[in-house]
Design a protein around this ligand. Sequence first.
Ligand SMILES: [Zn+2]
Ligand SMILES: [Zn+2]
Length: 81
Amino acid sequence: MDAYKKNAVLTCPHCGLRQGVVMATQAVVSNVQCNGCGRTIRAKDGEHCVYCAHGDTPCPPAQREKEEKDYCWGCTSGLAG
Ligand SMILES: [Zn+2]
Ligand SMILES: [Zn+2]
């Protein structure tokens, strides 16, 4: 399955510009340059990544992590296929 949301809107904490971004599906991105003010948008301490910190959608790795946590392998193993 690769149905994770890849599009997010990132809000710059410096100038408030909202910009649409396409997130990497595997990489955890900790900083992105703002198109408005040119400053670096960073994840805060304790935040997973810049998208989780400043975006409107958690990044694909975080979406996947949550899904795997919610998913019980023990209940479904042997049923697949
Ligand atoms: Zn900015
Ligand atoms: Zn993240």
